[in-house]
Write a protein that binds this ligand. Structure first.
Ligand code: PLP
Length: 435
């Protein structure tokens, strides 16, 4: 093993495989990375679902540089700096109507913890302190902290970590390859899966349930789409029982589905949105919770000198992140990127679905600029086939992501048609070689 690589314990990585044959990225610009040997690599996953405007965008780079020189840090508790308010305002302006309050964190995981705590505290300040139960969904991904893995439903992320949070339950996931395989866009079948929430209400009673958290589209679990009518039904059931609905839009936020948020695309307004990644184009770590005005208002009670919500991070609304966020939102607006996926999704869908019929492809799913290709696992060696496809694509100059035996695509929103073709052709070759 190369000793120089010894000290770094890499996250969500096969450390021993990596250190035997490292994949080191050294530079990025636009749609591309370059590795440490100068080889060009097309970015098929926007870094990690975050670099929505493409890499090294001049406005964002300049904003970060200037902010670092002007003011490095400002304490966020009982103090603030102007760009925190400017960014909150800019985020609120592109958020669904009535969702005008923005709480900053440093990651998607922290946004999730914040939203879960807000939900429980909200019921308490309204005098319904019995509503403490949190409901997630099987195969959900909500980051890696204890709240997030508790409401999350990816077994590998949960099984090593004991009993996690108490008082959590899960509704069923929406993947149904039997009925929906190779559907272009939203699946027809499965709206009734939302009724699973009624089962949990019958079991626990609504008076114990604070919130339900779902990803409008599950990304990390392998691009699982909401069946037509599903999110609407979930919203109705939440309303009926006074349960808050949280959309985890860490992946779907900031243009991925063809609108600023998936809430817009699917026409369903939650009570809380968690976001991160595309908020700063991945340039500086930052997450946020966007809350309904009415939810914020419920906290604004009691003596005015008292803190209303005992929660926050040293780096909440960090000046560098705020500067990056403002420049990112400007870049999105200048270039129409928050709706570009809607224009490209037809071409993207056709390209991705052209992989139907390739060896071991058992399902293809797409929405906006997100694509998932599910492969049949190698007998006795789950995840290996997709990992081989990942390594092969990388060799051929394309970065993708895999989870289980699913290949995921989520390119920067600046992608051009010919780059979509390049991406799909490279994956096609790798899938054939992995047969
Ligand atoms: C839906 C969702 N929630 C939360 C997270 C966690 O975000 P982070 O890795 O920034 O903590 C992710 C990351 O991919 C995500 O996809």
């Amino acid at each position: 093993m190369n000793k120089d690589l010894d000290a770094y314990w890499m996250p969500f990585t096969a450390n021993r495989q990596f250190k035997k044959s490292p994949r080191l990225l050294a530079k990025s610009s636009g749609m591309h990375y370059w590795d440490d040997k100068g080889r060009e690599i097309l970015d098929g996953v926007a870094g990690l679902w975050c670099v929505n405007a493409g890499h090294a965008r001049p406005k964002i780079v300049k904003a970060i540089q200037e902010q670092a020189a002007e003011m490095d840090f400002a304490p966020p508790f009982q103090m603030a700096h102007p760009k925190a308010f400017e960014l909150a305002d800019a985020v609120a302006k592109i958020s669904p109507a009535g969702m005008g309050k923005v709480f900053f964190t440093n990651s998607g995981s922290e946004a999730v913890e914040t939203a879960l705590k807000m939900a429980i505290a909200y019921h308490r300040v309204r005098g319904e302190a019995s509503r403490t139960r949190l409901i997630g969904r099987e195969r959900g991904y909500h980051g890696v902290n204890f709240g997030g893995i508790s409401v999350g439903g990816m077994v590998a992320n949960r099984k090593m970590f004991g009993t996690m949070l108490g008082g959590v339950d899960h509704i069923r996931h929406t993947l149904d390859i039997g009925r929906n395989a190779f559907t272009v866009g939203q699946p027809e079948h499965g709206a009734e899966l939302a009724d699973d929430l009624e089962r949990l209400v019958a079991l626990h009673d609504a008076s114990t349930i604070a919130a339900v958290i779902v990803e409008p589209i599950s990304g990390s679990a392998g691009v699982l789409l909401p069946p037509k009518g599903y999110l609407q039904r979930l919203r109705q059931i939440c309303d009926k029982h006074g349960i808050l609905l949280i959309f985890d839009e860490v992946i779907t936020g900031f243009g991925r589905t063809g609108a600023p948020f998936a809430a817009d695309t699917f026409g369903v307004t939650p009570d809380l949105i968690t976001c991160a990644k595309g908020l700063t184009n991945g340039c500086v770590p930052m997450g946020a919770v966007i809350a309904k005005d009415s939810l914020y208002d419920a906290f604004m009670n009691g003596p005015e000198h008292l803190i209303e919500f005992f929660h926050g991070y040293t780096y909440s609304a960090h000046p560098l992140a705020c500067a990056a966020g403002l420049a990112t939102l400007e870049t999105y607006a200048d270039e129409g990127l928050l709706t570009r996926a809607a224009q490209l999704q037809g071409y993207f869908a056709e390209a991705v679905h052209s992989l139907k019929g390739e060896p071991n492809v058992i399902d293809i799913r797409n929405f906006g600029l997100v694509g998932g290709i599910e492969l049949a696992p190698i007998a006795g060696e789950p995840t290996k086939r997709a990992f081989n496809v990942f390594l092969d694509c990388y060799e051929k100059g394309l970065l993708i992501r895999t989870t289980g035996d699913i290949v995921a695509m989520s390119p920067p929103l600046i992608i051009e048609r010919q780059q979509i073709d390049q991406m799909v052709d490279t994956i096609r070759g790798a899938i054939r070689r992995a047969a």
